[in-house]
Design a protein around this ligand. Structure first.
Ligand code: 13P
Length: 348
């Protein structure tokens, strides 16, 4: 491990108002999203979709790092250029999802544990060889009747910390993602309570496993009411609750916090990130950035529809969402940006 290199990579990932693009959907998740739109669920379609993304002109203006899936990091553009090279040529740092998915936690109905530690040291060495400079591991915490349990929080936090330590050993910056899910009718306070307990436990484990906080990125959920909760707080209330929770639980040594979108609409994810930066940016020890999958990709996927003749408008939509989120990092996003094609780089 080279501590300075880890620090530099982590700082670069959240520098200059940019953020991460998560394009690391596993094959089952990607196929599920394709199926909803009638797109064939084949390896070639997944490759073509990712080629559309990585050839979006100007993407590097707003995106600092792209998280790939194992299948994708091994794929090439039609002209033979490896995706990793195409990404790096745009000034975007290639990253890789290294967990192998969330499975049922034994003895704890409804709860999950993320797997993937076995053989991880060897896989990290291979990904590093292929050009990846950071990695991601997602833990899933479910809120419901009597859950999350201590068992699910501790088991997931320990796995995250062991993954993070192995990443740093291999010279890769760990993106540590404990996701408290939005599914359910729980209120914002329940989400806050669960998120705070999870983050405190995760940082306790990161300390125990000797993870260097300056060389990592935290990827948490925002503090939100459940998707079906009747009371949905305002954008400013969500921003306040999220930042208050993070201030209580995330050490100042962490260079950046890059939120997942978790099923929020693309517009709300931008608006909430914007509100946090408007209200708190000058007073925070860490950068507040984004690491969205759906909130950047979904509009583009719906336009692309598996048809490459739609690639240009799909790339415009992708560029637009990435640009909106960059504006949100500066606290300069507004809903008006959604109605006027302010950001029109592809093909312009
Ligand atoms: P969403 O932004 O769609 O929640 O995805 C982020 C992610 O990387 C999930 O692991």
């Amino acid at each position: 491990m080279n501590p300075q290199q880890l620090r530099d990579t982590a700082t670069t990932l959240v520098a200059g108002d940019k953020g991460l693009l998560a394009m690391d959907e596993s094959n089952p998740t990607c196929n599920r999203r394709f199926a909803k739109l009638g797109i064939p669920q084949t390896e070639e379609m997944r490759r073509a979709y990712r080629e559309m993304i990585v050839t979006t002109p100007g993407l590097g203006e707003s995106i600092s790092g792209a998280i790939l899936f194992d299948e994708t990091i091994r794929q090439q553009k039609k002209d033979g250029t490896p995706f990793v090279k195409a990404i790096a040529d745009m000034g975007i740092i290639p990253g890789i999802k290294v967990d192998t998915g969330a499975k049922d936690l034994a003895g704890h109905p409804g709860e999950k544990i993320t797997e993937g530690l076995d053989g991880l040291r060897d896989r990290l060495a291979e990904y590093s060889q292929m050009g990846a400079r950071f990695a991601k591991w997602r833990a899933v915490i479910v809120v419901g009747d009597g859950i999350p349990s201590r068992a699910s929080i501790e088991a997931n936090a320990q796995a995250l910390a062991r993954y993070a330590a192995l990443c740093q050993e291999a010279g890769l910056v760990p993106v540590v993602e404990p996701e408290v899910l939005m599914d359910g009718d729980h209120n914002l306070e329940r989400c806050r309570e669960a998120t705070e307990e999870v983050l405190r436990t995760v940082f306790d484990q990161l300390y125990t496993q000797r993870v260097m906080l300056e060389g990592m990125i935290l990827k948490p959920n925002m503090v939100l009411p459940g998707l079906t909760c009747p009371k949905q707080e305002t954008v400013d209330e969500v921003a306040d609750a999220t930042v208050r929770c993070l201030l209580r639980s995330v050490p100042a040594a962490v260079p950046g916090i890059a939120f997942l979108s978790g099923g929020q609409s693309a517009e709300l994810a931008s608006a909430r990130l914007n509100a946090m930066n408007v209200r708190f940016k000058s007073r925070l020890p860490w950068a507040l950035a984004f690491s969205f999958a759906r909130a950047i990709q979904q509009p583009a996927l719906e336009i692309w529809q598996g048809d490459d003749t739609h690639a240009l408008p799909a790339q415009r939509a992708l560029y637009h969402r990435a640009s909106c989120n960059r504006a949100a990092r500066r606290g300069e996003y507004s809903a008006a940006m959604e109605n006027t094609p302010q950001f029109a780089r592809p093909g312009a």
